[in-house]
Write a protein that binds this ligand. Structure first.
Ligand SMILES: Cc1cc2nc3c(=O)[nH]c(=O)nc-3n(C[C@H](O)[C@H](O)[C@H](O)COP(=O)(O)OP(=O)(O)OC[C@H]3O[C@@H](n4cnc5c(N)ncnc54)[C@H](O)[C@@H]3O)c2cc1C
Length: 504
């Protein structure tokens, strides 16, 4: 087995994928350092405390906790532990994923228990239980047969391609929805408009439009309806705090407030990075460099002399978001942790986002209230509302629209709940695409890198190992297999496996 004892690895960025990669490399024996512009870990996963309220600023939905437990187990089994490990990662399993609301009064609770969900759907709308059952089973089939093939290995390293993953998928190839959009698939199978919208919504999991995104995204509902949803003890920020602590135990050295200027290479071999300190450029040598920064600034800023893969960089970005963080002076019994107030015309909403950047007068509004499961996140009798609408990853188009978007969101809440909550808001802050871009270097503030609005989008994400520079690797939401916490964690696993087998 190849050993990396004493070799030096540098990770650029302490997002969730950068942290997971650092843990994996330290466990392989690399002397590992992480350089991060911000003063803390997490990238998009951050929390803020405002007047007695705690808000997760970025992700709110936690799925596939086993990927965190895998890192926990890896660290505990490692022979490279340098200081005491943190207590195991804690989280709770939720009995439901989302509460869905429509303006016509329809409500559906997506219970984790499949029978309970089917019952709730049948009581709310006119759907045949067998149609819904078939739809959920189809999602499971797509997920399980394509997971190892498309998500858990590189799609660009034919020499390392795991043919067993293809063999596993082969018996199901005829069941996979190769053509058509996600919306078309949902409409054909379910017909009932509320349920079609409910299942269309899974395209937004990676910032895509269900009317353009491929039907293969029907793998996503299985994450919620089959594998379940969870809540980390301490909130979403606890995920990156835990990974940070695991890294420290394995001897990873973290440097905060350090913007990497360049990735240095010579004769096709990576040499290290440069940082600016006191107006001077400092070189830090390394055998392996992993960029967790968005792939766009990685090429444009850190590797400006290199020929960039323009076909990949020009891919349409995923959506961004405008998020209001409201301390609300009242409890709302009808709402739970994840709530969606749907627009009346989803197709028009996405067309409006494409044309104007924002969803217009009737947005779909996502409300996350973590104090429902973690009461200490809000003062007694109050709730911490994270209220988000999808917008395009275009800071210039959105900056001036924030007051209009805020009013549209408040009106939507009034129409759906039957009363206004504006007077109940006692603290407020907002995050825009420009804030997301400035805080995380995510190009144009996209939440999930490139969108999946094209049939072959999955094959147009950047590879995890550089073809041009030996020793240079990539992880995070803008590279294969894509954005969202689970896929970012898988990108870290793929990149570190490639490093284990290819780094000299
Ligand atoms: C509002 C919002 C809601 C979301 N909702 C969900 C959700 O519910 N569930 C889910 O799974 N996902 C969700 N996501 C997506 C998820 O947060 C991301 O896919 C994931 O966190 C991205 O992680 P990453 O490892 O790619 O790095 P990022 O979080 O993008 O971090 C990259 C890091 O690299 C650093 N960096 C960049 N350039 C340099 C440089 N030159 N030098 C040093 N450091 C540098 C940045 O400062 C940053 O810290 C959401 C995202 C947002 C913003």
């Amino acid at each position: 087995m190849r050993t990396h004892e004493g070799k030096k690895a540098l990770v650029i960025g302490a997002g969730v994928a950068g942290l997971a990669t650092a843990i994996r490399l330290a466990a392989q024996g690399f002397q590992t350092s992480v350089y991060e512009i911000a003063e803390e870990v997490g990238g998009k996963i951050k929390e803020e405390h405002i007047s007695g309220y705690r808000f997760d600023l970025g992700p709110s939905l936690f799925t596939m906790p086993e990927l965190i437990l895998e890192l926990d187990a890896l660290a505990r089994a490692s022979t490279h532990v340098k200081s005491p490990l943190p207590a195991p990662f804690q989280y709770q399993t939720l009995d439901r994923s989302t509460h869905y609301f429509w303006e016509d009064g329809t409500q559906i609770t997506a219970w984790a228990n499949r029978e309970a969900f089917k019952q709730a759907a049948m009581e709310a709308v006119d759907v045949h239980p067998r149609a819904l059952d078939r739809h959920l089973v189809h999602s499971q089939t797509i997920f399980e047969s394509t997971r190892a093939l498309f998500l858990e290995q590189s799609l660009h390293e034919w020499g390392r391609f795991r043919w067993s993953a293809l063999r596993k998928a082969l018996p199901h190839l005829h069941q996979l929805p190769w053509i058509g959009s996600l919306h078309r698939l949902n409409r054909r199978t379910l017909r009932e408009p509320h349920l079609v919208q409910l299942f269309d919504r899974y395209a937004t999991y990676n910032g895509s439009d269900p009317h353009r995104a491929p039907a293969m995204l029907h793998a996503i509902p299985h994450l919620e309806h089959g594998l379940g949803t969870y809540f980390p003890e301490g909130g979403m920020a606890a995920i990156v705090k835990h990974l940070h602590a695991l890294g420290i135990s394995l001897g990873v050295v973290f440097h905060f407030g350090q913007a990497v200027q360049r990735i240095v290479h010579q004769n096709g071999q990576v040499q290290g990075i440069t940082l600016e300190k006191d107006g001077q450029s400092h070189r830090i040598p390394a055998d392996v460099v992993v960029s967790n920064a968005d792939i766009h600034p990685t090429y444009r800023k850190l590797l400006p002399e290199l020929k960039a893969p323009e076909n990949i960089l020009k891919q349409e970005r995923s959506t961004s978001g405008v998020i209001f963080y409201w301390g609300v002076r009242k409890e709302h019994a009808a709402l739970h942790l994840h709530n969606i107030f749907f627009s009346q015309d989803y197709r028009r909403e996405f067309q409006t986002i494409e044309a104007m950047g924002h969803p217009g007068a009737d947005p779909t509004v996502y409300i996350n209230i973590s104090s429902k499961v973690q009461p200490s996140d809000a003062p007694d009798g109050c709730e911490n509302w994270f209220v988000m609408v999808n917008v395009s990853a275009d800071p210039d188009a959105i900056d001036a629209q924030i007051p209009t978007i805020r009013q549209a969101v408040l009106d939507k809440i009034t129409r759906t709940l039957g009363h206004s909550i504006e007077q109940l808001i006692e603290t407020e802050s907002v995050q825009t695409p420009r804030d997301i871009e400035q805080r995380t270097s995510s190009w144009r503030g996209a939440l999930y890198g490139a969108s999946s609005n094209k049939a072959l989008a999955a094959f147009l994400r950047h590879r995890n190992r550089s073809r041009q520079i030996k020793g240079l690797y990539f992880c995070g939401g803008s590279v294969h297999p894509g954005g969202g916490i689970p896929l970012c964690l898988l990108s870290a696993r793929i990149a570190s496996e490639l490093i284990r087998t290819t780094a000299s």
